[in-house]
Design a protein around this ligand. Structure first.
Ligand code: HEC
Length: 188
C-alpha cells in the first residue's frame, strides 16, 4: 500500500469513528432528556400533592427505578452522579469526577451549566465503551431540598435517610451534578 492509500484509509477510518460518535451522542442526549423529564415530572407531581417532605420519599424510592427503566428503554446505561452527593451510590468514579471538575471550572469561567456536555470512546478490557456526560444545573425548585436553608422538617427527614448527605448549600445556577451515559460498543 502506498502512502496516499494509507492516508486515505486513516481518514476514512477516523471519519467513520466520528460518525459513530455523533450517532451515539444523539442517543445519549435523548436518554438524558428522557431521564430528566421523567424525574422532573415525578418530582413536581410529588411536590404539588404532598410538599417537599413527601417528595423526598419519592426521590428516594423512585429515582433509581426510573433510571433503570429509562436505561433499558434507551439501550444505554443512564445514571446521575455528583461530587456532593446525597446518596453515596451516586458518587462519581475517577473519570466521572474529572469531568465534573472540568464542568465546574468551565462554569466558573462563565459558561452556562445547562449546555455543558462531554464524550469519549474509551478502551475497556477487550472492548470499547462510549461515555457521555451532561451537566445538571441547580434550578429554583431544587433549593427546597438542595439549597442553603431547608425547612426543618425536610432537613430532618433528609438527615435520617441520608446520614452522609453532602447535597445541600447549592444556589441557583450551580453545578448540581451530571447525567452519565455509557454504552458498550460492538467490536468490529
Ligand atoms: C423533595 C426534595 C428534592 C428536591 C426538590 C430535589 N431533589 Fe435532588 N435529590 C433528593 C433526594 C432525596 C436525592 C437522593 C435520591 C436517591 O437516593 O437516589 C436526590 C438526588 C439528586 C441527584 C443525584 C446525586 C445525589 O446527590 O445523590 C441529583 C443530580 C439531584 N438530586 C438533582 C436535583 C435537581 C437538579 C433538582 C431540581 C430540579 C432536585 N434534585 C430537586 C431530593 C430532592
Amino acid at each position: 500500500m502506498n502512502t496516499f492509500k494509507i492516508a486515505l484509509v486513516l481518514v476514512l477510518a477516523s471519519g467513520g469513528a466520528m460518525a459513530g460518535q455523533t450517532n451515539e451522542k444523539e442517543q445519549a442526549m435523548a436518554a438524558t432528556a428522557a431521564l430528566g423529564k421523567a424525574l422532573k415530572a415525578e418530582l413536581v407531581g410529588a411536590m404539588q400533592s404532598g410538599g417537599p417532605l413527601a417528595a423526598v420519599e419519592v426521590c428516594q424510592s423512585r429515582a433509581p427505578a426510573i433510571a433503570a427503566s429509562v436505561s433499558s428503554k434507551q439501550g444505554m446505561q443512564v445514571s446521575r452522579v455528583s461530587s456532593r452527593n446525597r446518596n453515596p451510590g451516586n458518587a462519581p468514579n475517577e473519570w466521572q469526577a474529572e469531568v465534573l471538575a472540568m464542568f465546574a471550572d468551565r462554569i466558573e469561567d462563565g459558561e452556562d451549566a445547562a449546555g455543558l456536555t462531554w464524550q469519549e470512546t474509551a478502551n475497556v478490557g477487550d472492548g470499547a465503551e462510549y461515555r457521555f456526560m451532561k451537566a445538571i444545573p441547580t434550578d429554583g425548585v431544587c433549593l427546597a431540598c438542595h439549597g442553603t436553608s431547608l425547612e426543618p422538617a425536610v432537613a430532618d427527614v433528609i438527615a435520617t435517610r441520608y446520614p452522609e448527605d453532602k447535597a445541600t448549600g447549592f444556589s441557583q445556577g450551580d453545578l448540581r451534578g451530571a447525567f452519565v451515559v455509557t454504552k458498550k460498543l460492538e467490536t468490529e
